[in-house]
Design a protein around this ligand. Structure first.
Ligand code: 6R9
Length: 657
């Protein structure tokens, strides 16, 4: 079901925002990005991207920048060969930066480790040798299910080094979610830890792997990193990381792979229950990750300390912790834990400790910091911060201003970066030092990127108009498909505006009077909870798999902290018993969803209803349920098969049933 774009009252406030924050002369003078970059890209897009690809080391140069003859399947830097891990590690050692810290790793309990590029090279080489010793090589799939420990990054780079594809599964996902992802891409190997620190206490992780692997026959081995020293059950597939990897040689010669060699699969929610395995390849992906990281964050590799707070289980962790930053020889902080352990000042303590100068996070966390109070960051020296970033969902102007004032000292430029798992790298964002920032707007496509807001017919809307966000030119880091499902790739992204050949992003958007782009949230049945994509169907399937539930409908309702909150409407089965709608039963349903998908998918609220509003063709009208969930008067009910259903629902909810 499609909502009309631009819905939602919180977003109306967004669009009345008119403040702008021009860059200081001082910042502009030293910025990596200059206004000419836009001109250059416009003059010759392919030449522009070829120039960006020169940022990398190629063993064999490409002979064609873009081959779009098989659209919508792109090939970038055709004929080129490179090794992605060599580009992120070895070449920095070879250029004399082996002693530079690549990763300041900060464990949640307070342990820490500084890893230089020379050490990173040794660790990745050992891990690559370990993979080879297990027979893992080009195009094999490796699932990585780990917390934010250094070995997670070593593992990703080791896969890239031997040409295997990693499929990182967020450590907060359930055993069942892990199993379906392992199965979908037939992973041969899983890399995990015994446990993970969560809010100050070790929680087991390996049991979920045991459960998943028991139902996933493709898995031959499981490598286990000892992190929490939690006792774990052992199977004959298991091998300790420290036993397997530590004994390997720290010398490894990287092989050059084709520019279009697959690099990774990352699963993301779509509009059906089954997550999509988004496929990314090597040369184009790394080019755009590197280019955007350099210009959007104004990275100065010799002096900056960069920190992206994402988890490697999400695309932001892939492109802006691992591939973009390391290809640019960053010095970065990687933090293992939660922002309020041991207290709500933990992030600011880390900024102060390492002198973080670039900080990239999500609006949901900024709003949480707001709730905790400005007095917390005020206790720390945050004067090292010079660029702030935001990603994952629209940032409301209040949060933007709070971020600028209380974290950025009233002067650090904020980059609001719009992109997706599918786009692989940032697509729309102001360039710091060039563009006057506008709170709440991602503003302009980056040089080299084509993005537009169009109406239902695919015609670009005028300034002030709203519609759908589309990408009208292929881009280097674009997905190369959905794993094992070519048809779904075409259907999901390329059929909506097939005639025009536009990529349909699934987001509503609007131009303001200046022609700047404002993102308005998803227009499909994908919710955005704390920046995480979760489909309504996924949660619905989890609910109806519980024996007491007959039918379920799920909507994303606006939420002050998490952007959207999951609200479920359920019809109970006839024989479910008198207590099935009681508090305990509701809790059991929430826990059931957590078990099926993961705690992030737990509904904020579950309402038991006698009926669901449906059209004559049987489609659930989520728009009406959203009205109920957001405490609004219920909108137009004329297309309902039975228009009295909404009265029934409202009456039932009022009487507390
Ligand atoms: C990188 C990432 C993608 C969806 C996207 C959109 C939303 C991301 C945004 C934003 C407004 C921003 N989104 N960044 N909306 N402003 N700056 O988040 O990837 O997890 O695939 O989510 O997130 O709705 O379509 P992913």
């Amino acid at each position: 079901m499609t909502q009309s774009p631009g819905q939602g009252n919180a977003l109306d406030n967004l669009l009345t925002e008119s403040r702008t924050f021009p860059p200081s002369d001082e910042f502009a003078a030293q910025a990596n990005a200059q206004p000419a970059l836009y001109e250059e890209a416009k003059a010759d897009r392919e030449a522009f991207w070829a120039k960006q690809a020169e940022r990398l080391h190629w063993d064999t140069k490409w002979d064609q920048v873009l081959d779009w003859s098989g659209a919508p399947f792109a090939k970038w830097f055709v004929g080129g060969k490179l090794n992605v891990a060599y580009n992120c590690v070895d070449r920095h050692v070879e250029s004399g930066h082996g002693d530079q810290v690549a990763i300041h790793w900060e464990g949640e309990p307070g342990d820490s480790r500084a890893i230089t590029y020379a050490e990173l090279q040794r660790e990745v080489s050992k891990a690559a040798n370990a993979l080879t010793s297990l027979g893992i090589g080009a195009e094999d799939r490796v699932a990585i299910y780990m917390p934010m420990v250094p070995e997670a990054i070593f593992a990703m780079l080791a896969c890239a080094r031997v040409g295997a594809m990693h499929s990182v599964v967020f450590g907060g996902f359930s055993a069942e979610a892990l199993r379906t992802r392992i199965e979908d891409s037939s992973c041969r190997l899983v890399i995990t830890t015994d446990g993970q620190y969560r809010r100050g206490t070790p929680a087991p992780l390996k049991p979920a792997v045991d459960e998943a692997v028991a139902g996933a026959p493709s898995v031959e081995k499981v490598i286990v990193v000892k992190r929490t020293d939690t006792e774990v059950a052992w199977t004959d597939k298991d091998v300790w990381w420290h036993e397997l990897v530590d004994s390997q040689s720290d010398q490894h010669t990287p092989e050059a792979f084709d520019s279009e060699h697959p690099l990774f699969i990352l699963y993301t929610s779509g509009t059906t229950g089954k997550p999509k395995g988004i496929l990314h390849t090597s040369g184009g992906y790394l080019t755009q990750a590197s280019y955007t990281h350099n210009y959007v964050f104004d990275l100065k590799p010799d002096t900056d300390v960069y920190w992206c707070t994402a988890d490697i289980g999400w695309v932001t962790g892939h492109s802006y912790i691992v591939y973009g930053p390391l290809s640019n020889r960053v010095t970065q902080v990687v933090y293992e834990g939660t922002p309020n352990t041991p207290n709500e000042g933990r992030h600011w303590d880390i900024v102060q400790k390492y002198g973080v100068s670039i900080y990239y996070t999500a609006p949901t966390l900024i709003r949480t910091f707001m709730k905790w109070g400005a007095d917390i960051p005020a206790k720390y020296d945050l004067s090292s911060l010079r660029v702030l970033g935001s990603v994952g969902e629209p940032i409301n102007p209040e949060a933007w201003i709070w971020y600028r004032e209380n974290v950025g000292g009233g002067k650090a430029p904020i980059v609001d970066t719009w992109w997706q798992t599918e786009t692989g790298a940032i697509m729309i964002s102001p360039l710091p030092g060039v563009i006057s920032a506008k709170p709440g707007s991602a503003q302009q496509p980056l040089p080299g990127i084509g993005a537009k807001v169009v109406n239902d017919e695919g015609v670009e809307v005028p300034a002030g108009g709203g519609g759908y966000l589309v990408l009208d030119e292929p881009w280097p880091a674009m997905l190369r498909g959905i794993w094992g499902d070519e048809e779904r790739y075409r259907d999901t992204y390329w059929s909506r505006f097939g005639e025009q050949g536009f990529y349909f992003a699934g987001d509503g958007a609007k131009y303001d009077a200046d022609g700047d782009i404002w993102l308005l949230g998803r227009v499909d049945d994908v919710m955005n909870v704390s920046g995480h994509r979760i489909s309504t169907t996924e949660v619905e399937s989890a609910l109806v798999s519980h024996p007491t539930v007959a039918e379920a409908a799920v909507v994303g309702a606006s939420d002050d902290t998490t952007g959207q909150g999951i609200v479920a409407f359920v019809i109970l089965r006839g024989g479910a018993g008198a207590d099935a709608g009681g508090a305990d039963a509701i809790k059991a349903l929430r826990d059931h969803v957590a078990k099926e998908i993961g705690p992030i998918a737990k509904p904020r609220q579950i309402m038991v209803v006698p009926e669901l509003p449906k059209t004559r063709s049987g489609k659930i009208m989520r728009r009406l349920l959203r009205d109920v969930a957001e405490n609004r008067a219920v909108g137009d009910v004329t297309t309902l098969a039975d228009s009295s259903v909404m009265d029934l629902i409202s009456a039932g909810l009022q009487s507390g049933k």
